[in-house]
Design a protein around this ligand. Structure first.
Ligand code: F0G
Length: 354
């Protein structure tokens, strides 16, 4: 069951809305003991693995609602600017709906898997000599002047769909977690999760709210540095954004929840990326690892108060926003690739270190 059917009462849909779904959502919440050990006794770290959505990222939650509403409103085409995942998702849901999709990407700055997805789903892919922020300005103007629906997260239906991630977390834990960590790029997702947690509490489905913890990449940290970054830099291309559209609502999520928005370096992101893969067994893309890198950094800084009550562990949920297979180049680049040997058992045993 997709998120529209599962959480219909919380979404802006009616019986007349055509449901364009790829059965997104219902992603696993994976307990990560090696990370709990780093944070310390009294804490449980969970990974909400959004990489297991149909197109491999959390964007599908928002896209099912945005494309369904676009079709309901009679739109024949959608457009987005993207660092890759939004374009992959928009392309897939448009294909499903049988409408046209145009995506504008920063030339040479999106991961290969994401480009492959947009192309194979039949989107018109336009690469611009410029960054994501410039591409977003163009699609905003395009959707004002031409009959095409904007499906970036400035479209409120995207936020409504994405908030269902927090519903699922509360449904699985039986309560809201104490802390919620996620990477911040255009800042739609932190806005969405906070909205979801608040709505769930208002409707009596959960009793408390988490502390929201957002993490930007150090070279692309406009919210942390309180200024637009003209030339954002980071290996985490998904969050290489210098002027987030949902800047203000991200700050509200931070301030209303008593939380933080901080930055992590590319080295910390890569360390967390490898740790997740080789110690926890979960392959997420680099931007996703920023949520975990942030938790590790904060634990080392002594941010989490000691909790000696073993019967009352505190839950920290990190959202892993996209699948590691989206960006295979990065995995290959940061590790030693195998050098071929002869098909000889003795030589192979020696190599295998057995
Ligand atoms: N993680 C991944 C894997 C993403 O693709 C994005 C955003 C984020 C985190 C940040 O989420 O923008 O809601 O703060 N990707 C967008 C895109 C910008 O075009 O795919 P955010």
């Amino acid at each position: 069951m997709g998120i529209i059917e599962r959480y219909r009462e919380f979404l802006p849909v009616t019986d007349k809305t055509p449901v364009i779904t790829l059965e997104e959502g219902s992603t696993p919440l994976i307990k990560a003991d090696p990370l709990s050990d780093i944070v310390g006794k009294g804490y449980r770290v969970w990974l909400k693995f959004e990489g297991l959505n149909p197109t491999g990222s959390f964007k599908d939650r928002g896209m099912t609602v945005a494309v369904s509403k676009a079709v309901e409103e009679g739109s024949k085409a959608v457009v987005c600017a993207s660092t890759g995942n939004t374009s992959a998702s928009a392309a897939a849901y448009s294909a499903r709906a049988g409408i046209k999709c145009v995506v504008i990407i920063p030339d040479g700055a999106i991961a290969l898997g994401k480009l492959a997805q947009a192309l194979i789903h039949g989107a018109k892919v336009i690469a611009v000599r410029g960054n994501f922020d410039q591409a977003l300005l163009i699609v905003r103007e395009m959707s004002e002047k031409y009959p095409i629906t904007l499906v970036n997260s400035v479209n409120p239906y995207r936020i409504d769909g994405q908030k269902t991630g927090s519903f699922e977390i509360c449904d699985i834990l039986g309560k809201a977690p104490e802390y919620h960590s996620l990477p911040v790029g255009n800042a739609g997702n932190i806005t969405a999760y906070w909205k979801g947690y608040k709505e769930y509490r208002e409707r009596g489905k959960s009793r408390s709210l988490p502390v929201m913890m957002g993490f930007q990449a150090a070279g692309s940290a406009p919210i942390v540095e309180k200024r637009i970054i003209k030339k954002p830099e980071t290996i985490a291309t998904a969050i290489k954004i210098g002027n987030p559209a949902s800047w203000k609502t991200a700050e509200e999520a931070r301030d209303q929840s008593g939380g933080i928005i901080d930055k992590v370096t590319d080295d910390e992101i890569l360390e967390a990326y490898k740790f997740l893969a080789d110690r926890v067994g979960v392959f997420a893309e680099p931007a996703s690892a920023a949520s975990v890198a942030g938790i590790i950094r904060k634990a080392r800084e002594g941010y989490f108060p000691a909790n000696s009550d073993p019967d009352n562990k505190k839950d920290i949920v990190c959202v892993l926003t996209g699948h590691g297979l989206k960006d295979p180049d990065r995995a290959i680049k940061c590790l030693e690739t195998p050098v071929a040997v002869d098909p000889d058992l003795k030589e192979i045993i020696k190599k295998a270190g057995l």
